[in-house]
Every structure is written in C-alpha cells, then in structure tokens.
Design a protein around this ligand. Structure first.
Ligand SMILES: Cc1cc2nc3c(=O)[nH]c(=O)nc-3n(C[C@H](O)[C@H](O)[C@H](O)COP(=O)(O)OP(=O)(O)OC[C@H]3O[C@@H](n4cnc5c(N)ncnc54)[C@H](O)[C@@H]3O)c2cc1C
Length: 369
C-alpha cells in the first residue's frame, strides 16, 4: 500500500524531457511546490535528431532558459541538404541549433531545480483514476495528491497505464524511430547543416554536435526493419541515395516505437498532457521538441485556473490543436513527399531551377509558437 506522504506538492510533473523540464521550471518559478519525477537514470540518452527549431529556441529564451541552452554549446545549423535517389539540393533554413539531448535535458533539469523544483530520478510515476500520483523510487512507494499533474512522459511513457480514458491511437504502419551518436561522420553527411537522405524505406538525418560527434536519427518502415534489421535498413536508404559507405558495425542504435499516434484526450480534471505524451506525427521537420517546449511554457494560466477549481481540459486541448494544426499539415505533407523518392527527386531537381526556393524553404521553418 503506497504511503500518502506529508510533503505536499502543488504540482507533479512526470518526465524530464524538454516538455517536462520547461513545465517544471515555469511552475516552480511561480512559487508552486513542484516535483519533477523521471523514470531513467540521469543524464540519459534519447532518440532524437537534436535539431532545435527557431520557435523552440525563442520559447526557451522567453521562459528564461536561454542561459541553460547556451551552457550546452549548441551549434548553429542554417542549411538543409536533401537527397532523394540521385538528386541533391541544399536549402537555407532559419537558424536551428544542434544539441545533444543528454546534455540539454540535464541542463534543463538543473534549471528546474535552480527554480525550486524537487527532482527525483529513477522514479516511476503512475497517475491513478482519481488523478493521484503514485511514485516508486529507491524502494519506496508514495502517493501524492497535487493540485496539478503534468504528464510529459513522451512516446514510451508508462504513467497513464491505468487511465483508459487517455489511450493511444497508434498507426501501426507508421515508421519506427531510431537514433545513434557516432564519433565519425555517418557516410554521405555534409559537414555543415542538416543532411537528410530519403528512400522508399524511410529517411536518415544527421548533423554535427558541438563536441565533434555526430547525431544520426532515422524513421524507417517497420517492414524494412523486419526484413533487413536496423543497420541494413539504414544502409538501404543510404544506398538508394547513392552512398556506398556504412555506419560502423559497432553503432549502437536506440529505438522507439511507431511514431504516428494520437491520444484519445490531452487533458482531464487536474491532468494536462504535454510534449510527445500528447500526440506525435513524425520527426522529419525537426519540431517535436519545440511543440513540447512551446506548450509547456504556456502552462501557468491553466495551472491557475485549475487552482480556482475550473475545468480547463477543453481549452488546453484546443490550444494544443490550434498550435499544431498548421504544423501538422506541413509535417504530413513533407513526410508524404519523403516517402515518394521519385516525386521528391523530381521536386528537388525542379526547385534548384526556381529563384524563390531559398525564401520558401525558410518560410517552412517553424519560427513562431
Ligand atoms: C528519430 C527521431 C528524430 C527526432 N529528431 C528531432 C529533431 O531533430 N528535432 C526535434 O525537435 N525533435 C525531434 N524528435 C522528436 C523529439 O525527440 C521529441 O519530440 C521530444 O523528445 C519530446 O520531448 P518530451 O519532453 O515530450 O518527451 P521525452 O523527451 O521523450 O521525455 C519523456 C521522459 O519521460 C520519462 N518517463 C516515461 N515514463 C515515465 C514514468 N512512468 N515516470 C517517470 N518518468 C517517465 C522518460 O524516461 C523520458 O525521460 C525526434 C524523434 C525521433 C524519434
């Protein structure tokens, strides 16, 4: 039987990725006693291309997390090199930053604790049907009844397992996410900006980190992984775009599940979902972190309303929907193109002849939340 603890938290945030750490910082700065609970041992790695979009950067700076971001030496990225079959095109983009997730999430945890939040790692949280939060850590079991629960436990989160009302609708045919950090540049990578190679089996992206290593992230069809294994499926995409080289056999790929998924709901009672936990499309446009950061930075008015006893679930969900609607259309269009390499190859060849391509590629970047 979990112990109901005397130390009372006003807010419990579950998951210490970008969405959870930003929410915890904002809530703790507002004077709320805030607990940030994280299942993994920190710092941890995370499957992610590590490209932070301008909207996310702006939102972090507005939320007072600019110093934490700068402390991890992010590397500016202002070009996208796109490859499909034998066509290649390079486009200017609004400035993204290349970051290593282990370092960034750790820096944001420190910012949250500096703001007054309590951080517990290796702590598994579960949200009960009555919106209570059970924590298991260091051999203890506790039950908390905070005014606000922010669920930011990502794609593979387990905290809502008891809550059927928050079930996932997962597209089982959608690509699986994979990532690795390499010492040497992956084959076919341009030394600056983001390199993206698209094939029928999926796409593989890479960019340099400020410490000289390289981050590789891929979204590959489940059949390709079943048929060729992870390494084989990555090499199949590289080969299709004219690259013969291979990633070192020792490359340690980390995987996440199917990427395209929707939550049945994004809020109920005192529980608000943010970041990947609230739904996801695909990572191709490099916006996942920014979606979570921008929503989390906006949590305070909802926390205040919940504190007054208001039901904000409809407003929270529709605000998320408003923010994501246009981006989701762009994301689905770009991902749809990427899955048709012949069409994309044609588009790349055509775009290299058009004078306004550079302007257009910059407009597609997400710069305002
Ligand atoms: C292949 C790939 C490439 C990507 N590339 C990019 C990119 O270039 N740019 C970009 O912006 N986005 C990218 N993304 C998306 C990005 O990684 C996610 O959108 C982002 O990590 C979501 O952040 P989050 O805070 O919502 O969740 P996460 O970062 O996933 O954090 C969730 C945390 O919750 C913890 N947790 C889970 N369950 C529990 C529990 N029960 N109790 C306590 N803690 C729990 C987990 O351990 C984890 O630390 C990519 C994704 C993939 C798969």
């Amino acid at each position: 039987m979990p112990e109901v603890v005397s130390q009372r938290f006003d807010a419990v945030v579950i998951g210490a990725g970008p969405a959870g750490t930003v929410a915890a910082t904002v809530l703790a700065r507002s004077g709320r006693r805030t607990l940030l609970a994280e299942r993994s041992t920190f710092p941890r790695t995370k499957v992610c291309g590590g490209c932070l979009a301008p909207a996310g950067i702006a939102s972090l700076r507005d939320a007072g997390l600019g110093d934490a971001l700068d402390s991890i030496d992010p590397l500016p990225l202002d070009a996208l090199h796109l490859h499909a079959r034998r066509a290649t095109a390079s486009y200017p983009i609004k400035q993204y930053l290349s970051i290593e997730r282990g370092r960034m999430d750790q820096a944001f945890v420190e910012a949250a604790t500096d703001a007054g939040a309590t951080f517990i790692s290796e702590c598994r949280a579960r949200v009960g049907v009555d919106d209570s939060v059970s924590l298991e850590y260091a051999g203890r079991q506790e039950c908390h009844r905070p005014d606000l629960v922010v669920v930011a436990d990502g794609l593979s989160g387990s905290s809502l397992a008891e809550r059927d009302d928050f079930g996932w609708d997962i597209d089982q045919t959608s690509p699986m996410g994979l990532g690795a950090i390499l010492r040497d540049p992956p084959p076919g990578t341009t030394s600056d900006g983001i390199t993206m190679r698209c094939g029928v089996e999926g796409y593989v992206g890479s960019s340099r980190l400020s410490d000289g290593r390289w981050v590789v992230a891929a979204a590959l069809s489940p059949e390709a992984i079943r048929n060729h294994g992870v390494q084989g499926a990555v090499h199949s995409v590289l080969r299709e775009t004219g690259v013969d080289g291979k990633c070192a056999p020792s490359t340690r790929w980390k995987a996440v599940g199917h990427l395209t998924r929707r939550r049945m709901r994004r809020a109920a009672g005192r529980v608000l979902l943010v970041g990947d936990a609230a739904g996801y499309v695909e990572p191709l446009t490099g916006e996942g972190m920014s979606w979570g950061i921008c929503r989390a930075a906006d949590v305070l008015p909802y926390a205040e309303a919940i504190g007054r006893g208001d039901d904000v679930s409809a407003q929270w969900s529709s605000a998320a929907e408003r923010m994501l609607r246009s981006r989701r259309v762009i994301c689905r269009t770009v991902c749809g193109m990427a899955r048709r390499p012949r069409l994309l190859e044609f588009g790349l060849r055509l775009s290299s002849r058009l004078p306004f391509t550079g302007w257009a590629s910059q407009q597609l970047c997400w710069s305002h939340s």
